[in-house]
Write a protein that binds this ligand. Structure first.
Ligand code: PMP
Length: 305
């Protein structure tokens, strides 16, 4: 550790992204979309790269807001929903503030919690691996609910989310909907009623654009203004704003349906092999397996991640 690294990061463990190779793998390890999309690219975007991008992504935010039946002021765009998650910590967490979530879930919440010196409270899962309902009453600054959850695929009922929102109005609730298009349940309309709610979405999964880095946060305009206040001036480059604006209008339904059908087909085949597979509302499956490490290695040898 250099003498310059923050002392509070002494035991910090960085987020480890899933393996990314350029070789030909059947790549299932980071839940991307297997189908790429065809977007016509106007060369004038390249020609304009000598100029900074529009700082507030106004056009893109207006388009996605219209699609969701809300106002532009209720949405922020970021370099993936990972950026919005970081902005949430930058805007709302003072050192020592508490955050909570039910495990297992997206491990970045913990990493960011540690990075920003929050107290991280992990609730054990319910028996069915779903959300621990004790979280409804916990008095923390921020509760994270990932639905469909990663890595389980389990969907949390909107009624439970409403209970969490109602229980403590002075507590912020982040609903991470990275995979929501694959279960068709969303908390976005609730932002009109609850001023303590932020919903996260991404174009990395359903829109086949993980390489573009584009995600959104939806919430009360005061919360969105506060997130905007801590973002980098030019957080979304011109190419992302340009392709993102086109992608908002893309019809993803056929692609999403294909993935749902495939998910259910694979689940059934695994069950026929006497494996226990959790019900999934996402584009991946979690299964119980005794020799997981060995299976992982053997699949990797066969070029399956
Ligand atoms: N939330 C969850 C639950 C995820 O699985 C991911 C993808 N790893 C993200 C957020 C971040 O997605 P992105 O930054 O690509 O928008």
């Amino acid at each position: 550790m250099s003498i310059f690294y923050r002392k509070s990061l002494k035991n910090f463990k960085a987020y480890i992204p899933g393996e990314q190779y350029n070789e030909v793998y059947v790549k299932l390890n980071t839940n991307e979309n297997p189908y790429s999309v065809n977007i016509a690219f106007d060369k004038s975007v390249i020609d304009s790269l000598n100029k900074y991008p529009e700082p507030l992504s106004l056009q893109l935010r207006a388009k996605i807001a219209k699609k969701c039946g809300i106002k532009r002021q209720n949405v922020i765009a970021g370099a993936g929903s990972d950026e919005i998650l970081r902005l949430i910590f930058q805007a709302f967490i003072d050192p020592g503030d508490k955050i909570a979530y039910s495990v297992p879930t997206y491990t970045l919440y913990k990493v960011l919690g540690k990075m920003f010196n929050a107290k991280v409270i992990e609730f054990k899962p319910a028996r069915d691996l779903g959300i621990n309902r004790d979280i409804i009453k916990s008095s923390v600054k921020i509760v994270f609910v990932c639905t469909p959850n990663s890595p389980t695929g389990i969907v949390t009922d909107l009624d439970v989310i409403k209970e969490i929102l109602e229980a403590r109005k002075e507590r912020l609730v982040i609903v991470d909907e990275a995979y929501a298009e694959f279960c068709k349940i969303t908390a976005i309309p609730l932002i009109k009623r609850y001023r303590n709610l932020i919903v996260l979405r991404t174009f990395s999964k359903s829109h086949s654009l993980a390489g573009l880095r584009l995600g959104f946060g939806f919430g009360d305009n005061e919360l969105i203004d506060e997130l905007l206040s801590v973002k980098d001036s030019y957080n979304l480059n011109r190419i992302t704003q340009y392709i993102g604006s086109i992608a908002v209008d893309m019809d993803i339904s056929e692609n999403v349906e294909k993935i749902i059908r495939e998910r259910e087909r694979v689940k059934k085949s695994l069950e026929e092999m006497d494996l226990f597979v959790y019900n999934s509302g996402s584009n991946f499956l979690l299964l119980r397996i005794k020799n997981a490490k060995e299976v992982y290695q053997k699949l990797k040898e066969k070029k399956v991640l």
